[in-house]
Design a protein around this ligand. Structure first.
Ligand SMILES: C[C@@](CO)(OP(=O)(O)O)[C@H](O)COP(=O)(O)OP(=O)(O)OC[C@H]1O[C@@H](n2ccc(N)nc2=O)[C@H](O)[C@@H]1O
Ligand SMILES: Nc1ncnc2c1ncn2[C@@H]1O[C@H](COP(=O)(O)OP(=O)(O)O)[C@@H](O)[C@H]1O
Length: 281
């Protein structure tokens, strides 16, 4: 049976501005997404029955709630696919960490099964299925470093220099919904004007998350010793950007044992896309 392993990469929000709250409760954002060359590992094995099954190391998410299962089911129903799949997940990305693990798993599932099940959907069609699973899924489907607007689905690709990141997970899980519904969240950052600079941006969720979680505040302070530190998404992961792998690894090596972390370079194209393309050649 055909079997293929693909990475579901982490993302970082290098900045995250909240411009407005929409009538449906979602927020208008401007955010810069970059992918990291590090992520969850998903192995897909096709089956002749229509069953979709997911095997993971018991991360506490029931199968029917897992975004991987939901993504596979959504594509199977949309294209009336007569085949099934067994999916094995090796989870490396912290859940509720702001590195988009769940969304990336869903996007990697849609991209890979589109190929393995020969669905022939376009990227736009896959993103359309994906956005119903989560606001962050489309950027992983498009797979290019981009500034996102809307709720995260209007994407403008952008080029960034290669950098290394040390990403730290302070062992607290933050609920995106809790942050977005909090009365103290700032929601009126003006839209970026032309010629904007990264140094003039910020993460609008950071002050609130720091106030609610002292571990996040401690992590950001600790990282400041090595360079400007920032939180990704609605947290809890925080990162510092460095010019070399050696410098990033040095930060990780001195990480207090109460936190976890990883080091990775950014990747202009999502590793999931690069791996799938290499497989098709
Ligand atoms: C904030 C961001 C930035 O990358 O990341 P995370 O920190 O979660 O990774 C995302 O936009 C999160 O995307 P995602 O995690 O897919 O969000 P969803 O499942 O669609 O929504 C979770 C909840 O967040 C709120 N939400 C999400 C996106 C948005 N633009 N406005 C919102 O108000 C909604 O209340 C929703 O109930
Ligand atoms: N495959 C999955 N991996 C991670 N989280 C998942 C998955 N499927 C569903 N979820 C749910 O999505 C939530 C957000 O997960 P995740 O995308 O990892 O965090 P974040 O949006 O903060 O980056 C989790 O708390 C979990 O309940």
């Amino acid at each position: 049976m055909t079997s293929v392993s693909i990475t579901a990469p982490a993302k970082l929000n290098l900045f995250l501005h909240i411009n407005n709250k929409r009538d449906d409760g979602y927020h208008e954002l401007e955010t810069l997404f970059t992918f990291l060359d590090f992520g969850d590992e998903l192995t897909f094995t096709l089956t002749n029955e229509k069953t979709i099954s997911l095997c993971d190391d018991n991360y506490g998410i029931p199968q029917h709630d897992n975004l991987i299962y939901k993504a596979a089911l959504a594509l199977q129903s949309y294209k009336k696919v007569p085949l099934g799949v067994n999916i094995k997940l090796i989870k490396k990305l912290p859940m509720g960490g702001g590195v988009g693990g769940g969304s990336s798993d869903a996007a990697t599932t849609l991209l890979t099964l589109n190929t393995l099940w020969n669905c022939q959907l376009t990227i736009a069609e896959l993103a359309n299925i994906g956005v119903k699973l989560g606001a962050d899924v489309p950027v992983f489907i498009h797979g290019k470093t981009a500034v996102a607007q809307g709720i995260g689905e209007k994407l403008t690709p952008i080029k960034l220099p290669k950098k290394w990141y040390c990403v730290v997970f302070p062992n607290v899980h933050i609920s995106t919904a809790e942050i977005f519904t909090h009365p103290d969240l700032p929601r009126n950052t003006p839209k970026l004007s032309e010629g904007w600079k990264l140094a003039e941006t910020q993460n609008d969720c950071e002050a609130l998350v720091k106030k609610l979680n002292s571990e996040v505040e401690k992590t950001l302070l600790w990282l400041l010793k090595y360079g400007p530190s920032r939180m990704t998404g609605t947290g809890a992961c925080c990162f510092v950007e460095l010019d070399s792998q050696i410098a990033a690894q040095r930060v990780l090596n001195s990480l207090p044992s109460c936190w976890q972390g990883f080091v990775a370079p950014n990747s202009a194209i999502s590793p999931a896309h690069t791996q799938l393309e290499a497989r098709l050649k």
